[in-house]
Design a protein around this ligand. Structure first.
Ligand code: GDP
Length: 460
């Protein structure tokens, strides 16, 4: 898939709503001829004489045959998502009608849109920058409160304006230094080295913070990788099922939702938790369990959160202390979860309350005290930083560019330390500018665009 300029002149068409039967379906056209093409098939009034941002009732006909009664919304360039003429046709949501309408317009000269092509046009026509375009895709796929908030703030340009601000300051310095280069031998200094150092150090701090936010961003987008660790029969799969079933119940209560239920993912307080190696948890034979144990150990290293689960009827304090010690050395945040409180001996419970007052006592089997467990999980992952509205990097591509930016900023600093000549400083500044520009799309290549928009769905 590549995008040439001639592609840009086509009028494109796609179904904008999901495939399948729905009350209504929206078919979208964008391009110079979006309105005139629609007008050829529309009966009711002359769409070419209507104002932008108006809606019109009529029928779509193929020759004498009425395909459907529809509502047509008109957006005249440049006041539309793509900044081109855009028409949205709301039809009844039958796949037969949708296919008939699509075929009709393709016969009349519209071209089926490629994945993400509407958004790509919006980007190429300056509606927003690349980071914002990518946020559109994230927003569509966001299925939790936190991922939605991150995508929304990126789409509205929070991240972009931060990057652009940094970039424009650097550009200022770059031009000063290039000016000095023009003066060559004459010993003039337009750009103060000290000011440049201060600026670069400030940029570094911002870039570092954005890089650090990626861990959080990743968690927001993909879920907190979580492991339930414990001996066989501690109740690990019972706990997982109890948490999942609650979630399933909530999901199915929302009538008419089509959201697929994702096995092993649980939404707690707007944050997605992704349970790792749950297949291992569900296996029962001893051999597999033994493998499962070492595999779990491997997985614990990649987790951001461990629920250490033990059976109150089958564990003593020595064992718990030993496990807790091991977990502390591993450095991954963990919760001590004592299971089977319904049949626990009170001696161990009292000892635990004394020596490990942060233990959470539950009964996975009877679904007791799971609310407290969830509350404590949320406290432990602490997403407050995110909620205060700080920019969070959620995109691997942005992360890569930021890491490269950091390297070239560090190069500027070491250049200044070693008093290298202007041309080297200018080169390092240009490299920093390049990597910052990659994020917002001021610097793009066809490959980059292709990669990004390939991941969009058709119709977006
Ligand atoms: P896993 O090997 O850690 O996955 O343990 P399971 O979830 O398979 O549970 C082992 C056994 O403990 C099963 O018979 C469960 O029914 C039982 N069990 C789990 N949770 C509880 C609980 O809270 N109370 C009681 N009494 N039994 C439980």
């Amino acid at each position: 898939m590549s995008f040439s300029l001639s592609d840009q002149n086509d009028t494109i068409i796609a179904l904008a709503t999901p495939q399948g039967v729905g009350a209504i379906a929206v078919i979208r056209l964008s391009g110079k001829e979006a309105i005139s093409l629609t007008n050829e098939a529309f009966f009711g009034k002359n769409l070419e004489k209507q104002e932008s941002h108006t809606i019109h009732f009529g029928t779509i006909r193929d020759g004498d045959k009425i395909i459907d009664e529809v509502l047509v919304s008109i957006f005249i360039a440049p006041k539309s998502f793509t900044k081109e003429n855009v028409v949205e046709i709301s039809t009844h949501g039958s796949s037969y009608i949708i296919n008939q309408v699509l075929k009709l317009f393709i016969r009349k000269g519209a071209r089926p849109a490629k994945p993400g092509e509407f958004t790509q046009r919006a980007f190429l026509n300056g509606q927003f920058d690349l980071a914002q375009a990518e946020a559109v895709a994230d927003l569509i796929h966001a299925d939790s409160e936190t991922s939605h908030q991150a995508a929304l703030s990126q789409m509205r340009g929070g991240f972009s304006s931060e990057i652009q601000e940094l970039r424009s300051r650097l550009i200022h310095f770059a031009s000063m230094i290039e000016l000095e280069l023009d003066f060559g031998e004459e010993d003039v200094e337009f750009a103060s080295r000290e000011e440049l150092r201060t600026l670069v150090e400030r940029l570094l701090r911002v870039v570092e913070e954005l890089i650090l936010s990626f861990d959080l961003g990743n968690v927001i987008k993909n879920g907190v990788p979580t492991v339930i660790a414990g001996k066989p029969n501690a109740g690990k799969s019972t706990l997982l099922n109890a948490l999942l079933n609650e979630e399933k119940a909530i999901v199915s209560e929302i009538a008419g939702t089509t959201r697929d239920f994702i096995e092993d993912e649980i939404n707690i307080g707007g944050v997605i938790f992704r349970f790792i190696d749950t297949a291992g948890l569900r296996e029962t034979t001893d051999v597999i369990e033994a493998i499962g144990v070492s595999r779990t150990q491997e997985k614990m290293k990649t987790a951001s959160l461990i629920l250490y689960l033990f059976d109150l009827g089958d564990t003593d304090l020595v064992e718990i202390n030993r496990d807790v010690n091991k977990l502390e050395n591993q450095g991954v945040p963990f919760l001590k979860v004592a299971n089977k409180i319904d049949k626990a001996n009170s001696l161990l419970v009292n000892e635990l309350k004394e020596q490990h007052p942060d233990t959470i006592f539950i009964s996975a089997g009877q679904k007791d005290n799971l609310e407290e467990l969830k509350a404590r999980i949320l406290v432990l992952v602490n997403l407050d930083k995110f909620r205060t509205g700080n920019t969070v990097v959620t995109n691997v591509r942005h992360y890569d560019s930021l890491v490269k930016t950091r390297e070239s900023l560090l190069d500027i600093l070491s250049g200044l330390d070693n008093e290298v000549t202007n041309d080297f400083v200018a080169m390092d500044i240009r490299r920093s500018l390049h990597f910052l520009g990659e994020i917002t799309g001021e610097i793009t290549t066809d490959d980059l665009l292709e990669n990004i928009f390939r991941n969009f769905c058709i119709g977006k």
